[in-house]
Ligand binder design. Structure first.
Ligand SMILES: Cc1cc2nc3c(=O)[nH]c(=O)nc-3n(C[C@H](O)[C@H](O)[C@H](O)COP(=O)(O)OP(=O)(O)OC[C@H]3O[C@@H](n4cnc5c(N)ncnc54)[C@H](O)[C@@H]3O)c2cc1C
Length: 448
């Protein structure tokens, strides 16, 4: 039995032991981890014990909740698995949710909705609240409500020294500033408190257009975004579905554009705002209308089942008709580029406005975010997809913003890579915070 086992509320898994592989399984099936030890924590005391054990034995600490950020295999050190810390409570009077480090956004949406309240989530209910929030977080209401980390009120953190601290604007202002978008290397978050918003009405969903109309809709949407109201958030997903039996028949072998739309207001006003988009071309599937708060996952309809995944992402400056031409030349029904889909999200509005006191999130200047989803074939992940994505990035280089935001970063390894995820002054300040809270680099500082 491992020396930590007897003293934990949770469990310890060593390589080869039953439960080791299952505990580490994440969303990306192309990545399997083989650390030296997994501590499946069930309390704050467990996190402290795990961090102190790792520090004593010179082991790097990494944290996994859902594995949605997994891109590279972990081959050493100690992994803290937080999925048992999945409690969510809502104080409806205060409009605050208290959320454990292992909870997913779907659980918060479900707990808040009966009170007419909602968290400012990402597109997928399966993504972990804490990993997502620590990277800022751009969701379906980004333009009307800003980055999700703008709603962070406080976090309970175990530092690299094993101290338990409450990070709030008053008690640990630098750490609190850093947790709002500064991502890794800041400690192990045990739980967070998040401000909920009242959303009495939501007009949201998607419009899907067939291949023959993809170019016209992309061009029309780009023009429309130039004067789009700040309280409407839209995005497009252009997807090229393989002709494979596991897909539903209406998607198999098809090239489609899905335009997502979200407006936190009345159906009448939502319909008026969406009318120019509905008029861009004949709509094949109209799934846009009044939406229950518990259905927000349907806006993007992200995949829910774990699968092999490879992605590339960037932030963009304003795009135009020349961008649409380059995009259409590279990604069309007959193009050979090995991408399953390309998503472009419209940013701006509240994403440009920092919170009082400031925050570490990168990407406030960006106009759009782009995300490429590679063909889900792991034999392409090492060379073919990186080369194809590099070629695509070159082709749209004129519109790529010099900086990105860490939740959109993929395959980052070096300090120079990470420096691109924040404005220079923010990155320098983050490095100082990391140096203060973790001078010996116990908590690994990864992307994802
Ligand atoms: C299908 C899908 C949809 C997505 N949609 C969006 C979106 O709409 N908007 C957006 O901004 N991003 C989105 N992302 C990116 C996502 O926000 C990041 O990958 C995020 O890191 C996932 O967090 P996780 O906890 O679920 O994943 P994990 O892989 O479990 O964790 C990722 C990282 O978060 C950090 N972390 C997690 N928990 C803790 C903790 N308790 N203490 C300290 N560090 C911790 C660690 O650095 C860890 O490596 C999406 C990703 C996927 C796969």
């Amino acid at each position: 039995m491992h020396e930590l086992s007897g003293s934990l509320d949770g469990a310890v898994f060593e390589p080869g032991e039953a439960g080791f592989t299952e505990e580490l399984a994440g969303f990306n099936l192309a990545v399997s981890h083989s650390p030296d030890l997994v501590v499946a924590v069930a309390s704050t005391a467990d996190v402290v014990a795990a961090v102190l054990y790792a520090a004593r034995h010179g082991m790097a600490v990494r944290v996994q909740a859902t594995g949605h950020g997994s891109e590279e295999p972990i081959t050493d050190g100690l992994v803290i698995s937080t999925k048992r810390l999945n409690g969510v409570t809502v104080d409806a009077n205060a409009g605050v949710a208290t959320i454990g480090a292992g909870a997913r956004w779907g659980a918060v949406v479900a707990a808040a909705a009966p009170f007419g309240l909602a968290p400012i989530t990402g597109s997928s209910p399966d993504v972990g609240v804490v990993g997502y929030l620590m990277g800022g977080g751009l969701g379906p209401l980004a333009r009307s409500h800003g980055f999700s980390s703008d709603y962070l009120l406080g976090a309970t953190v175990v530092t690299a020294a094993g101290d338990v601290v409450e990070a709030t604007p008053d008690s640990e202002p630098e750490l609190f500033w850093a947790l709002r978008g500064g991502k890794g290397g800041l400690g192990v978050v045990v739980g967070v408190r998040v401000r909920l918003v009242a959303i009495p009405e939501l007009y949201a969903g998607s419009l899907t257009f067939a291949a023959a109309n993809v170019e016209a809709v992309l061009r029309g949407w780009i023009d429309w975004t130039a004067a789009a109201p700040d309280d409407v958030t839209t995005s497009v997903l252009v997807a090229k579905f393989p002709d494979l039996p596991f897909l539903p028949p209406h998607l198999r072998g098809r090239f489609l554009l899905t335009l997502r739309f979200a407006y936190a207001g009345s159906a009448r006003e939502g319909e008026r705002l969406a009318a120019p988009l509905r008029a861009l071309a004949p709509v094949e599937t109209d799934a846009l209308g009044t939406m229950a708060l518990t259905d927000v996952a349907q806006i993007h309809a992200d995949p829910t089942d774990p699968a092999p995944g490879w992605g590339w992402g960037a932030l963009l400056t304003p795009i135009d008709q020349d961008f649409a031409t380059v995009f259409g030349d590279l990604f069309n029904p007959t193009a050979s580029i090995p991408f399953l889909a390309i998503e472009i999200r419209h940013l701006g509005g509240r994403t440009k406005v920092d919170v009082d006191g400031g925050s570490a999130v990168g990407g406030r200047d960006a106009a759009f975010a782009i995300h490429v989803i590679g063909a889900p074939d792991p034999t392409l992940f090492a060379e073919v997809l990186p080369r194809a994505a590099a070629g695509f990035a070159d082709a749209i280089g004129a519109w790529i913003a010099p900086k990105t935001t860490i939740n959109y970063a993929h395959h980052f390894e070096t300090r120079d890579d990470f420096a691109r995820a924040w404005p220079d002054a923010t990155f320098a300040r983050l490095e100082k915070v990391r140096q203060t809270v973790d001078p010996h680099g116990v908590i690994a500082y990864g992307a994802g």
